[in-house]
Design a protein around this ligand. Structure first.
Ligand code: PNS
Length: 171
């Protein structure tokens, strides 16, 4: 009991494409892991984003390495509706990251739709402002045009990206 209330475990789901995971994503994961008892990072096959650069299994493996220091975080993958997934997981909350105000416009309608479908609310966390310009798509573009993204993605991600770039150049 906690102030007369029964203490219960809180489970959050942080969904995303993570194609690839960035330090901005990892920052949100770390912050959310301090807010909830359990955090599931759910890697989604997003039908709106055709031709991902990384297979879902690659994204899952990269994330597993990136969160190895966070004991209450686990990685899963799923296809289909997020609302169905969070209900199946008995999640209390969906976590999303916001970088800039313009992110909010899309996220608001998505959060309302997910709540209408699942009764699960979305909570937004801001990543550190030093990651406010970091997105998976900008990281991919800069990296594959030869730019240095070492400050923007965790080491396990940089390793997989470098291997993919080397493969592109040899094939
Ligand atoms: O990292 P992203 O691509 O911004 O993540 C968006 C994502 C994958 C969380 C969102 O597209 C999603 O929830 N997809 C699952 C399909 C779904 O439930 N669509 C309806 C959303 S209201």
């Amino acid at each position: 009991m906690n102030n007369g209330r029964v203490a219960r475990t809180t489970r959050a789901v942080y969904p995303g494409s993570f194609d690839p995971p960035t330090y901005g994503h990892l920052d949100v994961v770390e912050r959310a892991s301090h807010c909830f008892d359990e955090l599931i990072v759910a890697v989604v096959v997003n039908p709106q984003k055709r031709d991902p650069m990384f297979h879902i299994e690659e994204r899952e493996r990269m994330l597993v390495e990136c969160v190895a220091h966070l004991p209450n975080v686990r990685i899963q993958t799923f296809r289909g509706l997020l609302a169905d997934y969070v209900k199946a997981q008995k999640a209390d909350v969906i976590v999303k990251g916001l970088r800039v105000v313009s992110d909010f416009e899309n996220e608001m309608s998505t959060a309302l739709m997910n709540r209408a479908l699942s009764k699960v609310d979305t909570m937004f966390l801001m990543a550190d402002q030093k990651y406010s310009f970091v997105s998976s798509s900008i990281v991919k573009e800069v990296f594959f045009l030869g730019g240095d993204v070492a400050a923007l993605v965790p080491e396990p991600v940089l390793r997989v990206m470098s291997a993919k770039r080397a493969n592109l150049h040899t094939s």
